[in-house]
Ligand binder design. Structure first.
Ligand code: ATP
Ligand code: MG
Length: 428
């Protein structure tokens, strides 16, 4: 078992330790051989003085290549020239596994690569400082969200990903053969999280969902990571309040915990020191009335870019969407059934989350399903759930990778997903 990691070396000056890791870089001068050894916690310089080291050690070290896996024993010492202020003077070096060259990608990041190569060679690109940092940030982000929600009394749920009936419209479904019947991959946990909110009151799920998105945008994948919340006895305004404080808290926490990784990425921290505006869909239409948009039209990215120009690259809600633009389970305003108690959260032109109040009375849902021509029998279990004492409830679904894109300043969602899936990509 590996017990000693490079990050501990700083605390062990003068001690004899064994390190295991990867050869990141090799540099040779007339008197020295320098090897940068990397493990999952950092990098350290191994300094071999050609005249002092036993010649055998230098001979072995000279055969090393990038990404060879090695084990070294040596003494950690202070150094005035090494980057971290410490180095290891090795006296024993063992090659555990050699890497076969040429490698698909340069791990030091000195030679950049096309996104397709970066994704094909994910096992290597993750070793680059930038991608490594992105996924360390993702891991922290998820942990901070979880901690935040557990502290607030939420219950974490796991909904099925193989389902019989669609919830978000039929067009984007992936079909799967399920024994001798047909099933679909879930597009969201919607009806399941609603049923659970009727019991645990405040629930969340972080999971992957599937949409057969044929469009080629930098924001859509066929498998995407969603962070879902549903709360009983919350209104959509309550949910927006909650989402706004969650993001402010989580992001500021993330900036302090993952400071080192944000520094490596060299991205500016986004400012969150303002109230997220709540702009009515109607107001957006007014704002865009010179651009040929009319009431009832969806706010596609071309229009949202104009909105971004007007209000800036910041978080804001668009609320009270037309009924026809929101899913069937969305609650309509009591005094106006043309609009819903719904919202999108945007960062500039990019949609990050959608949410709202849900229909919680079975007769309202039945009327709605009939009105838009959906089959009642497909929803019979959900209708039963609503008939079994369903509380009013509201929630949202947030695209975690879209949030990660914003935080890490990346332009394409595929960069911030470990092994992305889109129309062209199913491997690795
Ligand atoms: P969009 O309009 O951007 O296609 P949507 O309104 O269809 O998104 P929702 O059903 O509202 O998506 O899903 C909630 C959130 O999940 C979205 O705001 C977005 O952040 C994320 N999301 C949805 N579909 C995808 C996808 N195909 N790839 C990545 N993220 C997605
Ligand atoms: Mg949406």
């Amino acid at each position: 078992m590996k017990k000693y990691y490079i990050k501990n070396a700083v605390k062990n000056i003068g001690q004899l330790v064994t390190l295991k890791g990867w050869v990141h870089e090799i540099r040779e001068t007339s008197n020295f051989l320098f090897i940068i050894l990397r493990d999952s916690t950092g990098k350290i310089q191994l300094t071999l003085k050609k005249s002092e080291s036993t010649s055998n050690l230098v001979d072995i070290a000279k055969t090393l290549h990038h990404e060879d896996v090695i084990e070294v024993e040596g003494v950690i010492s202070k150094s005035n020239i090494a980057r971290l202020g410490i180095e290891m003077i090795p006296y024993k070096l063992n090659i555990i596994n050699r890497a076969k060259h040429p490698l698909m990608l340069d791990v030091t990041g000195k030679i950049n690569a096309e996104l397709s190569t970066i994704l094909d060679a994910r096992f290597l690109s993750l070793r680059r400082d930038d991608y490594y940092s992105i996924f360390k940030i993702q891991s922290e982000l998820v942990k901070i969200i979880r901690d935040y929600l557990y502290q607030q009394g939420f219950t974490e749920i796991f909904s099925p990903k193989i389902i019989k009936f669609a919830t978000e419209g039929g067009a984007e479904l992936f079909k799967v053969q399920y024994f001798d019947t047909e099933a679909y991959l879930a597009q969201s946990p919607q009806l399941y999280k609603e049923m659970c909110a009727g019991v645990f009151e405040k629930v969340f799920e972080i999971g992957q969902y599937y949409r057969a998105e044929k469009s080629h945008t930098p924001y859509h994948l066929s498998e995407f990571l969603s962070f879902d919340v549903e709360c009983a006895f919350y209104t959509y305004n309550d949910v927006m309040d909650f989402l706004e404080s969650l993001l402010k808290d989580v992001i500021s926490n993330l900036y302090s915990v993952s400071n080192e990784y944000f520094n490596k990425l060299g991205v500016d921290k986004i400012n969150l020191d303002y109230k997220f505006e709540r702009i009515k869909y109607d107001e957006i239409i007014l704002m865009l009335n010179n651009y040929g948009l009319k009431w009832g039209d969806d706010l596609t990215s071309q229009y949202l870019k104009i909105v971004e120009e007007k209000i800036g690259k910041k978080f804001f809600f668009i609320i009270d969407w037309p009924t026809q633009l929101k899913p069937f389970y969305t609650y309509e305003h009591e005094n106006n059934n043309q609009i819903t108690k719904s919202f999108d959260l945007n960062y500039g032109s990019l949609e990050i989350a959608s949410g709202g109040e849900r229909i919680y009375k079975s007769e309202d849902l039945i009327n709605k399903l009939k009105k838009i021509g959906l089959k009642l029998e497909n929803f019979s279990i959900f209708i039963k759930a609503l008939e079994s004492g369903s509380p009013p409830h509201a929630g949202f679904g947030l695209g975690l990778s879209r949030l990660l894109m914003i935080l890490t300043g990346r332009k394409n969602i595929k960069e911030v997903v470990l092994f992305p899936r889109d129309v062209e990509r199913l491997i690795p």
